[in-house]
Design a protein around this ligand. Structure first.
Ligand code: AMP
Ligand code: MG
Length: 408
């Protein structure tokens, strides 16, 4: 398959249809499972919490006994601390001092916060403006016994670590780590420990690719930079395919004279797509070399990042076993500047979302939108997404944006 120009959505769909997620699993101690994909459905063996407890520091008593009284006076007969329950029984007219998280005894149904009572010796008095069960957190309020907690295929985030801990699991089954090998290509590329000769540039792509991969829970193999020499590129490609589940390269996939990557891929594997109606990032190669997936990113530094975030990242998460990984949510913001655009390609402009004096948030494009200007990515905090059939944007109109910084 070698379509002329595919939409971004179509490209995602085609790639997705060829991806076969890993099946092997491993059992890991809980903390090591962060950013990994759950390989089993988890359900709760117990109610969480498994006892009724107080949401406030105050006094627990049975409001049902005093429903008619406007003023209630109770005798304090004991204390329930978190982890140290009150052992006795509680009769009508009595209450216990109770702390947040402590067991609310069966004979009581309500907690009055300490700041709402008048304390006099071992008695409290307060106005009855409470509802039965006020300030009580019930057993099973978070999770009920047997309830599904997390799905198989779920990406484990910090909240999930806590949630799994709350049901008392020390270990979880996750899908095995996938390994991603990457190298950059180009005879003009110099590694950062070398002084630049005439016509050379430092290898920035290898660092952005490293950074983007590092945020996913996977193993990677940095294979350096390879000059535009077909024999060396071929051996690097074959090497990578032997040692990794996925190979990512940058550069050499357009139609320049020294762009050998697609020839090599045609020789050793299957190529699935070449041109995408997106800017930046038009050339993208996707295919397989034996059992290894191949993503040939463009060379331009911004195009590398945009194609990775918009297409490659969700493909890798799918391979890692995540069920239907989502692209970043698309929000709306008012753009304060005109943006030039020609119809026909979906654009991912680098945007700056900023807070205005009136507290609302607006967006503007970074000054230089060239796909070679990596400083525009560092300056930006969002993408401004302009659809394929959109033309120029006028200042004051609403645009779609995607935030680059996420919680995870
Ligand atoms: P290519 O797709 O190989 O023609 O590269 C497109 C542009 O991206 C050229 O200007 C390259 O010099 C630049 N480029 C390619 N690889 C890198 C890299 N690793 N780091 C920085 N710039 C690169
Ligand atoms: Mg090149």
């Amino acid at each position: 398959m070698n379509p002329k120009e595919m939409s971004v959505e179509e490209t995602r769909k085609v790639i997705r249809s060829y991806l076969v997620p890993v099946v092997d699993t491993e059992k890991l101690p809980l903390k090591s499972a962060l950013s990994r994909i759950l390989a089993e459905e988890l359900s709760s063996p117990e109610n969480v919490p498994n006892f009724n407890n107080s949401a406030m520091d105050g006094y627990a008593f049975n409001l049902s006994d005093h429903i008619q009284s406007e003023q209630i006076t109770l005798e304090i007969i004991g204390t329930s601390l978190a982890g140290k329950p009150y052992p006795g029984s509680i009769k009508k007219g009595a209450c216990i001092r109770i702390m947040t998280g402590a067991i609310v005894p069966n004979e009581t149904d309500t907690v009055i916060p300490q700041e709402n009572v008048k304390l006099d010796g071992n008695k409290i008095t307060f106005t009855n403006n409470l509802k039965v069960n006020a300030n009580v957190r019930f057993s099973g309020e978070d999770l009920e016994k047997g309830q599904k907690v997390l799905d198989k295929g779920h990406l484990i985030r910090p909240a999930d670590l806590g949630l799994i801990a709350s049901i008392g699991l020390e270990e979880v089954n996750v899908f095995r780590k996938i390994k991603v090998a990457f190298f950059t290509t180009g005879s003009e590329i110099a590694s950062i420990d070398k002084e630049l000769q005439s016509g050379q540039i430092h290898d920035s792509n290898r660092y952005t690719i490293f950074g983007m991969l590092s945020r996913l829970g996977l193993d990677f193999l940095d294979m350096g930079s390879i000059p535009d020499d077909p024999a060396r590129l071929e051996s690097a490609l074959l090497d990578a395919s032997k040692n990794a589940d996925v190979v990512i390269t940058s550069g050499g996939v357009s139609v320049g004279e020294a762009d050998y990557m697609k020839e090599l891929l045609a020789k050793h594997g299957d190529i699935l797509s070449w041109k995408i109606a997106m800017k930046p990032g038009r050339p993208l190669a996707f295919g397989k070399i034996k059992n290894t997936y191949y993503f040939g990113l463009p060379g331009n530094p911004v195009a590398v990042m945009v194609t990775f975030y918009q297409i490659v990242k969700e493909s890798i998460l799918t391979l890692m076993g995540q069920t239907n990984p989502k692209t970043l949510p698309v929000l709306e913001a008012i753009c304060i500047e005109n943006i030039n655009k020609i119809k026909g390609r979906m654009e991912f402009q680098r945007g700056i979302l900023f807070e205005t004096n009136d507290g609302s948030w607006k967006v503007k494009p970074t000054p230089n939108q060239s796909s070679g200007v990596l400083s525009s990515m560092s300056l930006a905090n969002c993408f401004i997404i302009l659809e394929e059939d959109e033309k120029e944007v006028l200042a004051g109109s609403t645009v779609k944006i995607q935030l680059m910084d996420c919680f995870i």
